[in-house]
Write a protein that binds this ligand. Structure first.
Ligand SMILES: Nc1ncnc2c1ncn2[C@@H]1O[C@H](COP(=O)(O)OP(=O)(O)OP(=O)(O)O)[C@@H](O)[C@H]1O
Ligand SMILES: [Mg+2]
Length: 244
């Protein structure tokens, strides 16, 4: 589905992403971890067209995305969330989700159609009961759900998540994990950047570890947490997977 090859992004003298390659198959749930500044968000910005690559290629369902604008990539079927959530605070939950449908590839032609298209995303994220609440009044965990719902309203086949769990409390982390499992079960392929390694371990089928813009390791969740390089560069200590 997604094929990244030899991808690099250089800012001045800094290689934020260096000669990075990975593939994502349809139906997968892939986790991406790595220390602060490893290049995770940059990688996501490259895939979604928010940044042009310095070199390399990104292919989605057989065609290159390089040179396309973010809206064009969204129309091709790739949705994303942002590390810092930014809902329209003065608009209701439902209206926020509708904006996703109005600007998607199968652009909803009418407000009624957009309203209809907002139903499933609100249901999958558990926001249906909050549809008339102003987005600004939501908890951070609910804002993260809204961010997910708005991305889902663009009808993505591939969804890229940048630290959906960042800053939310433990109870909300558990809820968000269920939401992500529902989204994946509904047929959406997911690539998830996350600092909470136990969340990545619990949800991912495969984990990619980034360090200084390069792929340090790639393997099953169990392999990754036991790998000496990963422990040294990132985890700092072996992770107790049983406790996760
Ligand atoms: N627009 C930019 N201009 C210059 N340098 C940048 C830019 N964006 C990112 N960087 C640098 O590129 C490197 C990778 O940053 P990036 O935000 O991708 O890391 P990250 O893995 O997402 O980190 P975090 O876990 O803190 O979110 C960092 O050194 C960062 O300072
Ligand atoms: Mg980041």
């Amino acid at each position: 589905m997604l094929e990244i090859s030899g991808l690099s992004k250089i800012f001045g003298g800094l290689t934020a992403v260096g000669d990075f390659s990975m593939t994502v198959g349809k139906g997968e749930f892939v986790g991406v971890i790595g220390p602060n500044g490893a290049g995770k968000t940059t990688l996501m910005n490259l895939i979604t067209g928010y940044l042009p690559p310095s070199s390399g290629d990104i292919r989605f369902e057989g065609t290159s995305l390089v040179g396309l604008a973010p809206y064009q990539i969204s129309h091709r079927g790739i949705g994303r969330t942002f590390q810092v959530v930014r809902p329209f605070s003065e608009m209701s939950v439902e209206d926020n989700v509708m904006t996703g449908a109005l600007f998607s590839g199968q652009r909803a032609a009418t407000l009624a159609k957009a309203r209809e298209a907002a139903e499933l995303p609100m249901e999958l994220t558990g926001l249906t009961a909050k549809r008339h609440v102003m987005a600004g009044a939501l908890t951070l965990g609910e804002k993260k759900k809204l961010e997910l719902a708005r991305a889902l309203a663009t009808s993505p086949r591939l969804l890229l998540l940048d630290e959906v769990m960042g800053g939310v409390n433990r109870g909300e982390v558990d809820e968000l994990m269920l939401v992500l499992q529902r989204i994946h079960a509904a047929g959406v392929t997911i690539v998830m950047i996350e600092h909470l390694v136990e969340v990545i371990i619990a949800l991912s089928m495969r984990v990619v570890v980034l360090n200084f813009g390069r792929k340090l390791y790639e393997g099953s969740p169990d392999e990754v947490v036991e790998h000496p390089d990963v422990i040294e560069s990132y985890l700092g200590r072996p992770l107790d997977v049983e406790a996760a």
